[in-house]
Design a protein around this ligand. Structure first.
Ligand SMILES: Nc1ncnc2c1ncn2[C@@H]1O[C@H](COP(=O)(O)OP(=O)(O)O)[C@@H](O)[C@H]1O
Ligand SMILES: [Mg+2]
Length: 365
């Protein structure tokens, strides 16, 4: 993975965005506009191009196709610079049934591994309130840093799905087949658990420093894994998986496994899920995210592109201005949106900031 920066974006028929060329600078880009004008749509288009999926729930083709379009086709295209030398254009042509990807004008599946980190206003809330969100957060971020984890997790999910199908159908050779799957699940679970623990250890190394760097406050934030399978060998995990079989036969599905692991965040030694204010949650979530970005840089020698969608809610002016100063000091490319008039001026103060104003899907100056 090299260091990628997005230079421009052109979309056609993507949601409410007009087909204009939006240019980005290598450092801080602020996207301003009132609610519902297309700020998040810009970030969504970029995210889609890089990750081949959206962060929004309603993202089926008919939903994202502009209601004003004459043709049933969406195009998203962007130019990236790689390691400050190469230029790479990535585009996707979407039609109802298929998405066609091109790199530098040649039709092929993108094999460019472009690092991107995205944060939106609900992420910290979801992170603190939904264990499934936390699991996905960790799985996606560990996967971005570790291919073995990514592939192992895919295999685990496949094995789990098969296990559940068997439990629901109860074929004759059920017990033998489950036992065979549990051997694989044991091996994969051991690896996945170890990698989660390592990742948390690495995050913890950066967490308090980053938090202090952003918000100039001393808090002790500590992450830990909450898993029944921690430090067990693959054989022990296989055995543990088998212990629930009679109950699972009744339920028709698997009731335990590392897919149900959770994560705990201690904030000054208190459980942050119960104890933190919304503002503190947002702050510690941002600390977590930027600690992750440090790990990303450590692993790949370069930063990801950082997309920040209107996160000013719940942050007071002091925290917001600290956060902006932190971004200003950084070395990564940032695209940050806001509709918050009160906080615009802090963004305006950044030297050399690229300002993009968006109104009804159109870029204005
Ligand atoms: N398929 C579509 N066609 C046209 N407009 C759309 C489509 N999907 C969403 N929109 C419009 O996009 C706007 C939302 O854009 P968004 O980027 O979320 O705004 P914000 O600037 O608040 O982030 C809404 O006005 C919505 O009606
Ligand atoms: Mg928005």
């Amino acid at each position: 993975m090299g260091e990628y920066k997005i230079q421009n974006l052109i979309t056609r028929n993507f949601r409410n965005l007009h087909p204009v060329n939006i240019n980005f600078s290598e450092r801080i880009n602020c996207i301003f506009g009132d609610n519902g004008n297309g700020k998040t749509n810009i970030l969504e288009a970029i995210y889609f191009l890089i990750n081949k999926k959206s962060f929004r729930k309603n993202n089926a083709f008919p939903q994202i196709l502009s209601i004003d379009s004459e043709k049933s086709q969406i195009i998203i295209s962007a130019l990236f610079s790689k390691n400050n030398s190469e230029k790479i254009s990535v585009s996707v042509k979407m039609e109802c049934e298929e998405n066609l990807w091109s790199i530098n004008g040649k039709v092929k599946k993108t094999d460019e591994e472009i690092g991107v980190v995205f944060v939106n206003p609900f992420d910290s809330y979801n992170f603190y309130n939904q264990s499934s969100f936390r699991r996905n957060w960790f799985d996606a971020n560990i996967s971005q840093l570790n291919t073995e984890y990514k592939n192992g997790l895919k295999r685990y999910q496949k094995a789990l799905k098969f296990r559940n199908i068997l439990l629901a159908k109860r074929p004759n050779k059920l017990v033998e087949q489950i036992a065979a799957i549990d051997v694989e699940i044991g091996i994969l679970s051991e690896m996945i658990c170890k990698k989660r623990v390592d990742f948390i250890k690495d995050l913890n190394l950066h967490l308090n420093d980053i938090f202090k760097k952003i918000f100039a406050e001393e808090y002790k934030i500590e992450l830990s894994l909450n898993s029944k399978f921690m430090s067990l060998s693959s054989n022990q995990i296989t055995k543990k998986m088998g212990e629930n079989l009679s109950k699972e036969l009744k339920n028709g599905r698997t009731i335990s496994g590392i897919h149900l692991d959770d994560y705990i965040i201690l904030f000054n030694q208190m459980n942050s899920y119960e104890y933190c204010s919304l503002g503190q949650q947002k702050m510690s979530y941002l600390g977590l995210l930027f600690a992750y970005i440090e790990l990303f840089r450590y692993k790949y020698g370069s930063y990801p592109i950082v997309l920040i969608d209107d996160i000013s809610g719940e942050l007071d002016r002091y925290r917001w201005s600290r956060f902006i100063k932190f971004l200003e000091k950084g070395k990564f490319q940032v695209l940050i949106t806001t509709a918050n008039e009160n906080f615009k001026d802090e963004l305006d103060k950044i030297i050399g900031v690229n300002k993009i104003f968006i109104k009804s899907g159109q870029v204005c100056n």
